[in-house]
Ligand binder design. Structure first.
Ligand code: NAD
Ligand code: DAU
Length: 343
């Protein structure tokens, strides 16, 4: 298989590239990534020198680069991870979300279709379904009701995939996964941010009352689901991916503190995220029944491994959080001279 991975220097994309090189030794991977603040070639250090993996720095919105890559390398399949992914940033400024998540996804579909790509996975999110009440789960039939600019842009890409499959018979498949955690996640996201702050005795900013629920899945389980969807998913279909592992944010934060032996007094309740979705929960029965997928990593075990990874990779964290991240963090959480969050 000659596979184009886009966004393969980010959190899930880099885990997926390493997963494919391990699980499918005969495949060749071209990895197209713009290297935004969230992309980091250090994530792929273990693939350095591997002739099966080739990195190309480029933007998925640039049709010429995408066309050249697909045509020159004889690409047979595409999997698109490339996107702006942080909800809070999409609230502050949504333009780049529309560019990368909608226009970029469209360029990939359009060039892929014209150049005879056989299979195309759009890596989507459960956030397109909006928010749940106390009970129930998102199925693939749940109406789309995105609440953040990020989620709305991802929903647009999903609908383009549907249209390309229906209209052109293009082999586009959409997956919709719940919250991932694991190594290489950028520390703007809740779990690595809480781990990094707790490790350094900094305050842990919990939005609102901390009772929002997220359905956590280890990134390795997500990668296994994506590989199955890429190989065996039915074109035009949507597959929900989730581990039936719902946690209230405050309980996750307290668990992180316990694991690190830090006091709960580090928790600070801060202003809520505008439009904050209350609860996500995925019904993964379709991918389990049709493709034989099942999550393998138990949350408490996966969390221990993730905390251990962040402890052992303090240099990685220091590297990605230097420079522009410091400005983002100080503005986002209104940090004062004593390092207290004021937001
Ligand atoms: P990330 O922010 O860690 O990485 C995104 C990557 O895309 C970065 O390497 C970045 O440089 C690259 N990129 C951004 N814009 C680009 C562009 N225009 N052209 C080329 N490259 C570009 O994101 P992630 O958390 O790994 O998420 C990957 C995908 O999975 C996204 O599409 C996201 O919507 C989806 N997803 C994420 C989660 C989650 O919990 N993190 C859950 C479900 C779905
Ligand atoms: O559900 C899948 C989605 O999960 C992906 O599509 C997104 O790309 C990914 O970022 C993630 O979105 P969330 O908004 O759920 O993740 P985040 O880590 O930003 O926040 C998780 C929860 O924690 C959410 O309820 C908001 C809360 N939170 C977050 C941050 C950053 C806090 O309480 N404090 C924080 O500082």
């Amino acid at each position: 298989m000659r596979l184009l991975v886009t966004g393969g220097a980010g959190f899930i994309g880099s885990n997926f590239v390493l997963h494919v090189l391990r699980e499918r030794p005969a495949w060749r991977v071209w990895n197209l990534d713009k290297l935004t603040y969230a992309g980091n070639l250090e994530n792929l250090a273990s693939a350095r020198g591997d002739p099966r993996h080739q990195f190309i720095k480029g933007d998925i919105c640039d049709a010429a680069v995408v066309e050249r890559t697909i045509a020159d390398q004889g690409i047979e399949a595409v999997i698109n991870f490339a996107a702006e992914t942080h909800v809070d940033r999409s609230i502050a400024d949504s333009e780049v979300f529309i560019r990368s998540n909608v226009l970029g996804a469209h360029v990939l579909l359009d060039v892929g279709r014209r150049r005879g790509v056989k299979r195309h996975v759009q890596v989507g999110t459960d956030e397109v379904y909006g928010s749940l009440g106390e009970t129930g789960c998102f199925t693939e039939e749940t109406p789309l009701a995105p609440n953040s600019p990020y989620a709305a842009a991802k929903a647009a890409a999903d609908l383009l995939c549907r249209a390309f499959a229906r209209t052109h018979g293009y082999g586009a498949i959409v997956t919709r996964c719940s919250n991932n955690y694991g190594p290489f996640q950028f520390p703007e996201k809740m779990l690595p941010l809480m781990i990094a702050n707790a490790m350094h005795d900094r305050q842990l900013p919990v939005y609102g009352d901390g009772m929002n629920v997220r359905d956590w899945l280890h990134v390795e389980d997500h990668c296994a689901a994506l590989l199955l969807a890429l190989e065996r998913g039915r074109p035009g279909e949507v597959y929900n991916v989730g581990g039936k592992n719902e946690w209230r944010n405050l309980d996750v934060v307290k668990l992180v503190l316990r694991r690190l032996g830090k006091p709960e007094s580090l928790i600070r309740f801060v202003a809520d995220r505008p439009g904050h979705d209350r609860r996500y929960a995925i019904d993964p029965s379709k991918i389990m029944a049709e493709l034989g997928w099942a999550p393998r990593v138990a949350f408490e075990e996966g969390l221990s491994r993730t905390i251990a990874w962040y402890r052992e990779n303090a240099a990685w964290v220091a590297n990605v959080t230097s420079g522009a991240y410091q400005d983002y963090y100080r503005a986002m959480y209104q940090v004062d001279e004593q390092g207290r969050v004021r937001r």
